[in-house]
Ligand binder design. Structure first.
Ligand SMILES: [Zn+2]
Length: 165
């Protein structure tokens, strides 16, 4: 079977352009062979306190003053009652492990990393947290006690991670 990449190379040779016709819709499609390297800037203005908390080793979430729900990652507007009256609260950095897996097939933005474990923990305060797991994946068991700690990524910046308690 001929791969997509080979097929496009053939099309470029024949037509001078990487344009194919979609089988289902019949629409012309540009198929680029270049790989996309993406760096981006996004606004974190609304959740600045969260990053200030990380610097102090704290995990901050938001609490809706109207309905009392706690959110992590922090939400500037309550997704439940759509109210914007929120307050910042420090979450207890403890919980239980719900699931953990090792990511072997990494997205391009994480291709510089070795396969890495990712876990979901349920914080004692309620919210669930998805983060890299810093511990032996072979020893991880659902229900085991974990803590949320602040660690440094390869790029040198701070990020929260899940570790055995
Ligand atoms: Zn609410």
């Amino acid at each position: 079977m001929i791969s997509m990449k080979e097929e496009i190379k053939k099309v470029i040779e024949e037509t001078g352009l990487p344009i194919i016709t979609d089988e289902k819709s019949g629409a012309a499609q540009w198929v680029d062979l270049r790989e996309l390297r993406l760096s981006y800037i996004i606004s974190v203005e609304n959740i600045k306190p969260f990053y200030e908390g990380l610097k102090e080793g704290k995990l901050l979430g938001t609490k809706c003053k109207k309905c009392g729900r706690l959110f992590f990652p922090p939400q500037k507007d309550c997704p439940s009652c759509f109210d914007s009256d929120i307050e910042w609260v420090e979450l207890k950095n403890e919980g239980t492990l719900e699931t953990m897996t090792v990511v072997f097939v990494r997205p391009p933005s994480f291709s510089a990393y070795d396969p890495y474990p990712v876990a979901i923990a349920k914080l004692d305060d309620g919210p669930r947290i998805l983060a890299w797991y810093k511990g032996d994946p072979q020893q991880a068991k659902p229900g085991m006690r974990v803590k949320i700690q602040v660690g440094k990524r390869k790029e040198g910046y701070l990020m929260y991670e899940i570790a055995p308690a």
